[in-house]
Structure formats: structure tokens, C-alpha cells
Design a protein around this ligand. Structure first.
Ligand code: FAD
Length: 385
């Protein structure tokens, strides 16, 4: 079969699935996305939409540099609204400052020229509302940005349709493996040469339907809004205030205009507020979360003590056991490809996840230096249980 006619069915129209679909269509695949709700209707539409390159491991930085380039291109070529507000991590000790220095070096190596360390005084003079008396340094990436997950998926849906692909609304609820595979969506049947499981927090359930195991941990995360009593006169960067590897959640916040913040709790460590069933979790904010946010925001932004907090909502982080995405063919079956495991950064990683998954789906192999590092086989030794 020629690559031109390869039929690719992507299950899930979140950031991972829509990105995979557009890349697969660009590679010549005949692509259908099946989405239960609407593009962006899962975790993606609930995300804070933050993109950052402020990591230190070469693979982590490379995946995010690809995300940043895609975001810039989507803004320039397709009118995606993107707000460049910068990203600031706060270091509270020398170990973290050393880690941040390594991050700056790695980002520079990969072309992120603007990344640099800020002293506490420099942070205070740029962003006077941020309390810095317990901060030893900041990791600053001025070109980092955020977007809206729904709009991102809409732009990708438009691109997909322009490339001859389609989005079908419905849930894949039956699977008859073969050549071709047959997928049931309500009363309809879709034929596929390759199926991509991009179902986010539902990927383990879809995997069970397709006959493969998806190692995944699902966390519930909440988000709220803060109305400020005055405009700041500048855009608050995305500020991440937690110690890496501390095993704790930390407060993050970012601008939503000059007089409003979006805020939540984040960690790159895994295991907070675990959810067994992605269709059965509380989608609203808890009182305890709102209290923690009030304390955390006032602690870091003490002069904004007249801010009003407004409840937001809760959504899901679909994590793999090692926190990195799972992208590639299921062991032993190249016709079923995984594109999931974005965790708390899956919108940021979606351009890279989608490009790599599409290459596996259409060409049978990925390109680029890091692509095989994300395959599901790395969990084969039982780490996935
Ligand atoms: C509060 C919060 C804040 C966040 N902030 C950020 C951030 O700032 N930056 C960032 O990068 N990430 C952030 N994230 C994480 C990010 O949202 C996720 O990692 C990302 O959206 C995962 O994308 P996905 O496409 O894998 O999953 P999803 O967006 O959940 O998409 C999966 C889709 O599959 C569909 N589906 C499921 N089962 C089926 C089926 N059987 N048939 C058809 N369709 C099906 C679902 O309806 C869903 O739309 C945040 C998450 C939360 C909850």
C-alpha cells in the first residue's frame, strides 16, 4: 500500500490527537479524527495553555523548542491568538539555582537565545508585585507564551479539513482488528490501516478496547482566577513557584490581561489527587484548594492583597509513569500507535507528540534525534503496572 492512501484514524481530538492528525495529513495520510465531544473538549480545553522551554534535560528542551516553533508558526500563518508574557521559575536554594544555570546553557545550545538567570533584584525591578526576599535567582524565558487550548484545536481542525481530513463526532466503542482494522462509532464503521490512540486520560480505556495496555496515572488538577484591584501596567509572566523534586505542589500563575490572573497548583512529581475513572471526578474547585490558592498568591504577591479569587474548574493530567509522553507503536503491532501521556504539559508537547506519532503512523518510523526515546516499549519491564 502506498503512503498516499494510508487510512489513519485518530481516536481523540485533544491537542495530541489534532496535532497527530494534521501532521499525518501533511505526510499524505487519509485522516479521520473521532472525538466524543468536540476538538479540545477534554483536558486540552481546560488547560492554562502555557508553553515554556525552561527545562534542562536535552530531550525535554528539544520537545519544547519544537512546541514553541509550532506556536509561533500557528500564530503567524493561521491567526492563532498567542500571548507572549514570558516564563519565570523561582529558585529558593543553591541547588535550584544550579539547575537553572544548566537549563540556560541547554536552552542556549538549542537556540533559545533569550533564556537567562535573573537576580532577585532584577526580578523585583521588572515585576515589583512579586515578593523575592526568599528567592536566590530566577530562570527567565522572555519568549515563552500561552494560548487557548480550544482555539488551538480549532485551528488544527481547520488545517486538517483543508488537507482533506475530517473530524467525526462520536465515541469509538468497538474494534475488530485486521487488515484493515474496523472501528465502530455508534452505528457507523470506520476502516483504518493505522489507529492512533490519542485519548488522553481515556487512553487506558481505549487501549483496552484496542487490545493494548496503556501505563497511565491520572491526576486531577484545579485552576482558579484572581481579579486584581488595579491594572499592573505590564503582563504578569507565568510564574512557577515550586521546588523541583520537592514532592510538593507549588503555586503557579500567569496574566490573563493586565488585571486578572489564572492560577493553580503544579508539580513535575507524580501522584497528587489520583483519579481512577476519567468520567467520574469532581469538575469543580474544592474549598481547600481555594484556601491554598489564596494563601499562596498572597504570599508571593503581598501588595495585591485586595485581589478577588474566583473558582475555576478541575481537569485531568494524563501522566505516564516517568512523566514523559508515550509516542509510538504498541509493542508488536505497528498498526496501533500511541500518542498520549502529556501529563501537565501536554498542550506544550502536542506539536512534537503529533509530529512523531504521525511519522510512526504514516512512514512506520520517526525522524529526528530523540523520537524513539518516547516509545511505549520503555515500560515493558513491568514499570507500567
Ligand atoms: C487545570 C489544568 C491546567 C493545565 N495547564 C497546562 C498548561 O498550561 N500547559 C500544558 O501544556 N498543559 C497543561 N495541562 C495539561 C494538558 O491539558 C494535557 O496534558 C493535554 O490537554 C492532554 O491532551 P490530550 O490530547 O492527550 O488529551 P485530551 O485533551 O483530554 O484529549 C483526549 C480526547 O479523547 C476523547 N476521547 C476519549 N475517549 C474517546 C473515545 N472512545 N472515542 C473518541 N474520543 C474519545 C476525549 O473526549 C478527549 O477530548 C493542564 C491541565 C489541567 C487539567
Amino acid at each position: 500500500m502506498s503512503e498516499q492512501s494510508r487510512r489513519v484514524v485518530v481516536i481523540g481530538g485533544g491537542a495530541a490527537g489534532m496535532s497527530t492528525a494534521v501532521h499525518a495529513a501533511e505526510l499524505g495520510g487519509a485522516v479521520t479524527v473521532v472525538e466524543t465531544r468536540h476538538p479540545g473538549g477534554g483536558s486540552t480545553g481546560l488547560s492554562a495553555g502555557v508553553f515554556t522551554t525552561t527545562y534542562s534535560d536535552p530531550l525535554d528542551v528539544a520537545l519544547r523548542v519544537e512546541g514553541a516553533a509550532a506556536l509561533t508558526a500557528l500564530q503567524a500563518d493561521h491567526g492563532l491568538p498567542v500571548c507572549v508574557n514570558g516564563f519565570l521559575r523561582l529558585a529558593h536554594g543553591d541547588d535550584e539555582a544550579a539547575l537553572f544555570r544548566r537549563s540556560v546553557e541547554e536552552q542556549h545550545r538549542q537556540g533559545v537565545a533569550g533564556a537567562r538567570l535573573l537576580t532577585a533584584d532584577e526580578i523585583a525591578s521588572r515585576f515589583p508585585e512579586i515578593r523575592v526576599d526568599d528567592v536566590v535567582a530566577g530562570l527567565w524565558a522572555p519568549d515563552d507564551a500561552y494560548t487557548d487550548g480550544h482555539l488551538l484545536c480549532s485551528v488544527w481542525a481547520e488545517q486538517l479539513i483543508a488537507l482533506g481530513g475530517q473530524v467525526v463526532r462520536g465515541a469509538v466503542d468497538g474494534f475488530d482488528p485486521g487488515a484493515p482494522h474496523r472501528l465502530r462509532v455508534g452505528d457507523a464503521t470506520l476502516e483504518a490501516d493505522v489507529v492512533v490512540n490519542a485519548a488522553g486520560a481515556w487512553a487506558p480505556r481505549v487501549g483496552a478496547l484496542l487490545g493494548h495496555h496503556v501505563p497511565m496515572v491520572i491526576e486531577r488538577h484545579q485552576l482558579c482566577f484572581a481579579h486584581l484591584d488595579r491594572p499592573l501596567g505590564y503582563l504578569m509572566p507565568t510564574v512557577m513557584d515550586y521546588a523541583q523534586g520537592s514532592g510538593r505542589l507549588g503555586v503557579y500563575f500567569r496574566a490573563e490581561g493586565e488585571q486578572r490572573l489564572v492560577a493553580g497548583l503544579h508539580s513535575n512529581d507524580i501522584g497528587f489527587d489520583l483519579v481512577d475513572d476519567p468520567d467520574d471526578f469532581s469538575p469543580v474547585c474544592d474549598a481547600a484548594f481555594m484556601e491554598e490558592m489564596a494563601e499562596g498568591l498572597l504570599d508571593r504577591l503581598p501588595t495585591l492583597d485586595r485581589m478577588g479569587l474566583q473558582e475555576g474548574y478541575a481537569g485531568l493530567y494524563p501522566y505516564s509513569p516517568d512523566g514523559r509522553p508515550i509516542v509510538g507503536p504498541t509493542p508488536g503491532d505497528p498498526s496501533v500507535v500511541l500518542a498520549t501521556g502529556g501529563g501537565g504539559v501536554g498542550v506544550n508537547l502536542a506539536p512534537a507528540i503529533g509530529r512523531i506519532a504521525a511519522e510512526w503512523a504514516v512512514h512506520g518510523a520517526p525522524s529526528g534525534p530523540h523520537a524513539t526515546a518516547l516509545t511505549p516499549e520503555r515500560f515493558d519491564e513491568g514499570a507500567a503496572a
